[in-house]
Each structure stands twice: as structure tokens, then as C-alpha cells.
Design a protein around this ligand. Structure first.
Ligand code: AMP
Length: 255
């Protein structure tokens, strides 16, 4: 991968990176579209990063349909797929830690998760040395943490955020949606609808009202509902599946 990047750089080409864990859906593929406009070469990484999964999470059962992913990526015009078998030494002892923005929300529920994310993204940036890297607003806190890491560690890369892609019923696309039974998918539709309505409420009551409404849904366990700036963020568990989503607040704060 590094040899290929050196060649592209010598030829004066701009490199864009789309980091993913595979099990590609339209949300991932829009990231490709987004980065292609400003780059000559689009690299997609597919790597299920063990360091960002906690004990008892879904690392081993995470879907890995590589042949299908490769076909989808090719079809969408990805120029190079980076699909490493392993990015960690058996005795590695170095991590990249962001210690402020990664504390609340998913950081509180998933200890060590963002440390795994920043570490793998730093590795990918070193290997691919992209001019531009794109991340989805679906993982809003991940975007915040990566932007901070890039700023604090002077990574020479421009971070672009892409909007959330949803299905026809409003559910944010996610590789983990594949875990949902039909009945659980209906709960996911309700989760998305409650969050959308919550974002239309006054800022001062949005999080509390949304939490109450989500807690009232059968089959939905709330991990968190909170405002991050003007974004209403939530994580819930539906059966064994943890889903996250967020919506920009619609109204201005009342005076
Ligand atoms: P993942 O494979 O889940 O690690 O996601 C790889 C990238 O795709 C991350 O930057 C995600 O934020 C982004 N992504 C995942 N789902 C969506 C979606 N529904 N809309 C936009 N971006 C997404």
C-alpha cells in the first residue's frame, strides 16, 4: 500500500481515503462519491479493527462479506482497496488516546472504544497518507474525536464529514442493521422516528423528552440521549444490537 501511495504522489495525484469495517451499504458508498470530487485516487480500507471492540461485543460475529464488498467498491469507482489481515503486532504496546471528547456518550458505554478508533485511524493515515479522509456524521462523536486528533497531532490530512444516509423508513444505514429481526427492525424505525421528532422540540427539553419517549418503547433499552452542541445524539439496544443515531436540532434556542 505504501509503495502504491508513493507512486501516486510522485505522479502528483491527490489521494482520498474512505476508512470502513466493510459490510458495505449505501452510507459507505456515498463517502466514496464525496471524496472522489476532490481527489484523483480513492482508497477504501476494509478492516474490522479488533482494538475498538470491547470484551463481549460483536467483533467475532461482525459481518465480513469481502467478495461482495469488493464488487460494490469496484462498481462505485474505488481505485484501491486496502484490506490488511492484521494491523497490530502480537505484543504491541502503543495507543493513540484522545482524552476529552471521547469520554461521554459512546466513550462512557464502550470503554476503550475511541482509543481503538484513534489508534487504527492514525495507522491508516500513516500507511495511506491521504490528502483527504471522509467520515460519516452517523458516527458524530467519532468525527469529533478524529478531527481533534488530526488537529492535536498535526496530521496533514483534511477531514470531510458526510451526511447520514437513511433507508426509506428513516433508519440510519448501518452494517449492524443486518443483525435485526423483522420485529427488531420495526423498533429501529420507531427509534429513528422518536429522534427525528425530538430534534424538532425546544433545545431545553429535547434530550429529556426524547429519553422518556424512547424508554416508553417496548423492546428498546436506552444507553444515552444527549445534546452535543446542537446535535441530538442517542444510542439504544434493540435485542442484542446496539444502534446509534443523531439529528441536528431544527429550532433555534428560545430566549
Ligand atoms: P463503519 O464501517 O461502520 O466503521 O463505517 C465506516 C464509515 O462509514 C464511518 O465514517 C461511518 O460514519 C460511515 N457510515 C456508516 N454508516 C453511515 C450512514 N448511514 N451514513 C453516512 N455514513 C455512514
Amino acid at each position: 500500500m505504501q509503495d502504491a501511495v508513493r507512486g501516486w504522489r510522485r505522479a502528483g495525484l491527490r489521494v482520498g481515503l474512505v476508512p470502513t469495517m466493510g459490510a458495505l451499504h449505501e452510507g459507505h458508498l456515498r463517502l466514496v462519491d464525496k471524496v472522489r470530487g476532490s481527489c484523483d485516487v480513492v482508497v477504501m480500507s476494509i478492516y474490522v479493527n479488533p482494538a475498538q471492540f470491547g470484551p463481549g461485543e460483536d467483533f467475532s460475529r461482525y459481518p465480513r462479506p469481502f467478495s461482495k464488498d469488493r464488487a460494490l467498491a469496484e462498481e462505485r469507482g474505488v481505485d484501491a482497496l486496502f484490506h490488511p489481515r492484521q494491523l497490530y503486532e502480537a505484543d504491541d504496546s502503543t495507543r493513540v488516546v484522545e482524552s476529552e471528547l471521547s469520554r461521554d456518550r459512546c466513550g462512557a458505554d464502550r470503554p476503550g472504544h475511541f482509543e481503538g478508533v484513534t489508534t487504527v485511524v492514525a495507522k491508516l493515515f500513516h500507511i495511506v497518507s491521504p490528502d483527504v479522509a471522509v467520515f460519516g456524521q452517523k458516527d458524530a462523536q467519532q468525527c469529533d474525536v478524529i478531527e481533534r486528533m488530526v488537529r492535536d497531532l498535526q496530521f496533514p490530512v483534511k477531514i470531510v464529514r458526510a451526511p447520514i444516509v437513511r433507508d426509506g423508513r428513516g433508519v440510519a444505514l448501518s452494517s449492524r442493521n443486518a443483525y435485526l429481526s423483522d420485529d427488531e427492525y420495526e423498533r429501529a424505525v420507531e427509534f429513528a422516528a422518536v429522534l427525528r421528532e425530538g430534534a424538532q422540540r425546544p433545545l431545553s427539553v429535547a434530550a429529556a423528552t426524547t429519553r422518556r419517549r424512547l424508554e416508553g418503547l417496548a423492546g428498546v433499552e436506552v444507553d444515552y440521549v444527549t445534546l452535543a452542541g446542537r446535535t441530538l445524539c442517542a444510542a439504544v439496544r434493540i435485542g442484542r444490537t446496539r444502534l446509534i443515531d443523531n439529528r441536528k436540532m431544527v429550532r433555534r434556542a428560545s430566549r
